[in-house]
Design a protein around this ligand. Structure first.
Ligand code: PRP
Length: 182
């Protein structure tokens, strides 16, 4: 039987480690957003397992919304970001906490934050489960909340994909090189 487990070279963070850290992040949200009824804004699709686990541990009243942000490079080499599924009414005047699975170059996040400010929220903060600072191209947009800082390795699992696969791998693992070099 073929499983996602056999394509992983090394486990970087176990599901137990992820759960423990996410519980800590949830406690920070409980304290920092007490009385604020924040909107957790999940960037699809990779952040879904992170959002789900986070919600298990958050005790204060909150809501969540999900948006799809996709970036592409056009023929003139400029970065364009398309944002879908946005319910503007639910975000105006609100304390928004962006929920990201990973920040790599920071390009997706920069475009998302720029767009969100045009909706006139009360505040915007960023929470990411993983950060790869060595890959950063956008400066001055560091998240307030970071789960783990990781090295520049090709990681999958817990929502992160390679060609849409491995999102169901329960840990964060480093993919075997032959999988993406073929
Ligand atoms: C991934 C990830 C971040 C973004 C980070 O999304 O979820 O949103 O890339 O990269 P950056 O910092 O270099 O912009 P992806 O576009 O792969 O979509 P997905 O969440 O559906 O996998």
């Amino acid at each position: 039987m073929k499983t996602v487990h056999s394509d992983i070279k090394e486990i970087l963070l176990t599901n137990t480690q992820l759960t423990g850290r996410i519980a800590e992040l949830a406690k920070e949200i409980d304290v920092d957003y007490a009385g604020k009824n924040p909107v957790l804004l999940c960037l699809l699709k990779g952040s879904v397992p992170f959002l789900g686990k986070l919600c298990e541990f958050i005790s204060i009243p909150m809501t969540y919304e999900c948006i799809r942000v996709s970036s592409y490079i056009d023929t003139t080499s400029s970065q364009n970001v398309k944002i879908q599924n946005i319910n503007l009414d639910s975000l105006k005047g609100k304390d928004i906490l962006i929920i990201e699975d990973i920040i790599d170059t920071g390009i997706t996040l920069e475009a998302t934050v720029k767009y969100l400010y045009s909706i006139e929220p009360k505040s915007i903060e960023i929470m990411t489960l993983l950060s790869k600072p060595s890959r950063r191209q956008v400066l001055g947009l560091e998240p307030k909340y970071i789960g783990f800082i990781i090295p520049d390795a090709f990681v999958v699992g817990f929502g992160l994909d390679y060609n849409e696969n491995y999102r169901n791998y329960p840990h964060i693992g480093i993919l075997k090189e032959e999988i993406y070099r073929d």
